[in-house]
Design a protein around this ligand. Structure first.
Ligand SMILES: [Zn+2]
Ligand SMILES: [Zn+2]
Length: 205
């Protein structure tokens, strides 16, 4: 049986991320829903056969790394920079695949929070406004923790096949800086093999 988030789960994600925030809370709930869909026990970590594809690089992703064990280093966390709060999961063993799209719940204080954010950026907040912003932020975190998962995410079929496995790739040497670079990342420019930074520098000239 899967269960909800434990205090230990929340603490693990908070410690990994460095602070508690609404973004991290979205990731906590996404991890909870992913566990449910993958049939993982409470506190369970996905094995390396589970690949997460994240379409944002915001706070939420840290909760997925902390709770599900999907990490860049293991190659089972992939960032596609779509700027969407959406997370897809693929399990190679049985082909299980789904996408979670965050659907922000109605918040009666949305306008007030936006106004505080604007004022904070423009001129900073006085102590009273700061306290109010903190209060609203804590309420937002709590609301995200309390909401039913169905109210927070649209559970959709995954889009497209599972990402291909990391392969051992050939390396080439950049003819400008002399550093070794994966062949798939190298560029050809006027007959020269270049790494991306060197390629971009030539392009700018
Ligand atoms: Zn954060
Ligand atoms: Zn180079």
């Amino acid at each position: 049986m899967t269960q909800g988030l434990s205090p230990a789960d929340i603490e693990r994600a908070r410690a990994f991320h460095g602070h508690m925030c609404p973004g991290l809370t979205i990731g906590l709930r996404a991890a909870e829903l992913a566990r449910r869909e993958l049939g993982l026990a409470a506190g369970g970590v996905a094995d390396e056969e589970v690949v997460a594809v994240v379409e944002t690089d915001m706070c939420a992703v840290d909760a997925l790394q902390a709770l599900l064990g999907c990490t860049f280093g293991k190659g089972n966390l992939i960032h596609r920079d779509h700027g969407k709060v959406a997370f897809s999961f693929y399990r190679r063993a049985d082909g299980k695949a789904f996408r979670l799209l965050f659907t922000p719940p109605e918040d009666p204080h949305d306008e007030e929070r936006a106004d505080l954010r604007r004022r904070s950026q423009a001129m900073g907040l006085d102590a009273q406004a700061r306290a109010r912003a903190e209060e609203l932020r804590a309420a937002r975190i709590q609301a995200l923790l309390d909401a039913p998962l169905e109210a927070l995410f649209e559970l959709q079929p995954a889009r497209g096949p599972a990402p291909s496995r990391a392969r051992l790739l050939e390396s080439v040497v950049c003819e400008a800086c002399g550093e070794t670079v994966m062949e798939t990342r190298a560029r050809l420019f006027l007959g020269q093999t270049l790494c991306l930074p060197c390629f971009e520098e030539r392009e700018r000239r």
